[in-house]
Ligand binder design. Structure first.
Ligand code: ADP
Ligand code: MG
Length: 386
């Protein structure tokens, strides 16, 4: 699948700049198996890079000017590297401007370059095409000009670039795009950036994302409310149990003990967070033991929590997961990402993928009048030079 993308990107580069690219970079999107809404609540996450990528072709331009072409948008822009980098009205260019600015601000020196890029990562569906864009750009510039930048720092620079664009994202997306390994998930501690790989062999099951094709606008306001509710809950936990410093130190029993001391909403949020942190550990063990059925159950539990306790789901996502629960060919399903829209991640029995897809598309269209999209994903390597 990526072969065609690479061929097209290379051909476009040759047509635009008259020579073969000096460097070609692949930068993947990512999924998160489990560990939702706990990146900012002292938890671990369990992401992985996938086989959907942005392909970049680069050469030095031998001048101070860089020209960057977004094949998919049929748009291009030029940037003079001797001028101060500023935000533009053309949003996609800001991710690249942001990367250039972060590299310059951190003391990396490089000259002008030409670049074309094209992608098969769905944009805006929660697979982190933005992180793939930032990290692939940094990786390409670094290899073109021999800049020595560690993987971890590529992720951090990518994250800073996204902050500069105006999106206050965590580190998971960039980290997984850069650190991905084929058939491995990354258990990442978002606080310390410590990480370990676990085998991701899903045995008789395929990973399929169902894209609800909806995006409800509640996300930002509810996200901010959740952060406040969780802070309140943590301070109540700390007051009663001095040994608790972070949610990671709290047991479910301790949370249950304090039910009367919290508002019902704060209790539900905290209860979810503490259980979700434990589920990530359980999911790693399930993967290590090849117990994919258990992993599936954990996904269903996470969805229940996100929907009923953390309240970040919506009727479209709930319908998809509820239907999955009654489908003998699906052993696990949950909303993936921040919620209020985007994709569900599903473990579907091999050999039954098409049957499941046609059933769900029909049902979804009949219920909501919206087309359901499907992405088959395989866990793949992080950002690489071809
Ligand atoms: P996602 O969940 O896919 O990361 P975001 O809204 O965070 O969604 O980022 C999507 C943005 O990234 C797009 O609006 C665009 O500006 C940029 N982008 C992603 N892929 C491409 C592409 N192939 N060509 C141009 N811009 C892209
Ligand atoms: Mg993004």
């Amino acid at each position: 699948m990526n072969d065609i993308l690479i061929q097209n990107t290379t051909a476009f580069f040759e047509k635009s700049f008259g020579s073969a690219p000096e460097k070609t970079v692949l930068s993947p999107g990512r999924i998160n198996i489990i560990g939702e809404h706990i990146d900012y609540n002292d938890g671990y996450v369990l992401p992985a890079a996938i086989d959907k990528v942005i392909c970049f072709a680069f050469e030095k331009s031998n001048s101070k000017t860089s020209k960057i072409i977004a094949i998919d948008l049929n748009e291009e822009f030029e940037i003079d590297l001797t001028q101060e980098v500023k935000l533009s009205d053309v949003v996609w260019t800001n991710y690249i401007r942001g990367v250039i600015k972060q590299l310059q601000d951190n003391g990396f020196s490089f000259e002008g370059f030409n670049c074309v890029f094209s992608s098969n990562i769905p944009v805006g569906s929660g697979l982190s095409s933005s992180a793939a864009l930032e990290c692939g750009m940094i990786f390409g510039i670094a290899s073109l000009f021999d800049l020595k930048i560690e993987k971890k720092d590529i992720s951090l620079l990518g994250q800073k670039a996204e902050h500069w664009v105006g999106i206050n994202c965590g580190i998971m997306d960039q980290f997984s795009s850069v650190h991905g390994l084929e058939n491995k998930v990354i258990k990442l501690d978002c606080n310390t950036l410590d990480f370990e790989y676990h085998n991701a062999d899903f045995k008789n099951y395929s990973l399929i994302l169902f894209d609800s094709n909806v995006k409800h606008s509640l996300f930002t306001s509810e996200y901010n409310t959740r952060r406040i509710e969780c802070e309140e809950g943590l301070s109540i936990l700390k007051n009663h149990f001095p040994e608790i410093k972070t949610f990671r130190d709290a047991s479910e029993e301790q949370v249950l003990n304090l039910k009367d001391k919290m508002s019902p909403k704060v209790f539900s949020r905290v209860h979810f967070v503490v259980k979700e942190i434990n589920r990530v550990t359980k999911a790693c063990a399930a993967l290590d033991n090849g117990n994919i059925e258990l992993l599936g159950e954990l996904l269903f539990e996470t969805h229940y929590g996100l929907s009923q306790e953390y309240e970040v789901s919506c009727e479209e996502l709930d319908m998809l997961v509820d239907t999955s629960k009654t489908d003998e060919n699906i052993i696990g399903s949950r909303l993936m990402g921040g919620g209020f829209g985007g994709c569900t991640i599903n473990l579907v029995k091999k050999g039954h993928e098409n049957e499941v897809k046609s059933k769900f598309s029909k049902l979804y269209l009949d219920t909501f009048g919206i087309e359901l999209k499907f992405y088959d994903v395989k866990i793949s390597n992080g950002t690489t030079l071809l």
